[in-house]
Design a protein around this ligand. Sequence first.
Ligand SMILES: Nc1nc2c(c(=O)[nH]1)N[C@H]1C(S)=C(S)[C@@H](COP(=O)(O)O)O[C@H]1N2
Ligand SMILES: [Mo]
Length: 268
Amino acid sequence: MNQPTEPELPENDIPESVARRKLIKSFGWFALASAVPVGVYEWVTKSAGAQGIKRPLRTVLNANEQVARTYFSNTHLVPTFAVEDAAKKARVNGYDGIKSPIPEDWKLQIDHPSGTGQPLMLTVDDIKALPKHEIVYEFKCIEGWSQVQHWGGARLSDFLANYKLGTKSGNGPNPENADDLYKYVGLETPDKGYYVGIDIESAMHPQTLLAYELNGQPITAPHGAPLRLIIPVKYGVKNLKRIGRMFFSDERPRDFWAERGYDYYVGL
Ligand SMILES: Nc1nc2c(c(=O)[nH]1)N[C@H]1C(S)=C(S)[C@@H](COP(=O)(O)O)O[C@H]1N2
Ligand SMILES: [Mo]
């Protein structure tokens, strides 16, 4: 896509081989995806941290697992890879909303759906207190490149369950009452320079993460520190870096690339 000129940040692109580009162009993603073994649901069961969780949280998360399963069967999981298959240096792309330094007082702001009451203000440690999940998968950009990358963070669905978010009742997602969920999650950078809207089903997908780690290390600024969205069922554009604010709505939230002519859902 026609990106504006991007500032040179230290951790920039690894040049991609011409052959790979051609392969992608001629066969599409299917060729790439089918060439590799599929580790279905492995990341769910093998993720670190999920077991040693305190009981009340565990209960909430079990209920949440059911919500995710109501929406998605295993066949809808994206293929996963071995950690060794991940690129040692992940490619960087897109600096909208992250050109200025990370705000020193950064917090994740969650608006109350009702529009009343104080927003929730959370730290990265709050996110790290949730079970950690890791995923190694093929990150895909609509510009025509892809890369196997290794991300770590909390499931967005666990986050919503734990903080009772995303519902009209304020009760947290309930498998018996899927209508209670708002239709969309909106995300934007602290400076509002980049923003996306995500359908709630994709947000609740078990592979969707609030990510704070890349290759086992804290995410660097160009990759979206301190916290970004990793949503493997969507193309790169929806994987917003440096989340500042999150909100819920039945109306489609504004979306940076949708406003510039791309499909709103950009699902895989
Ligand atoms: N804040 C912000 N997030 C963003 C973008 C951006 O320009 N600004 N670009 C998107 C696009 S098009 C892609 S492909 C991915 C790239 O993520 P990466 O730089 O970690 O590879 O970030 C997405 N998230
Ligand atoms: Mo992208």
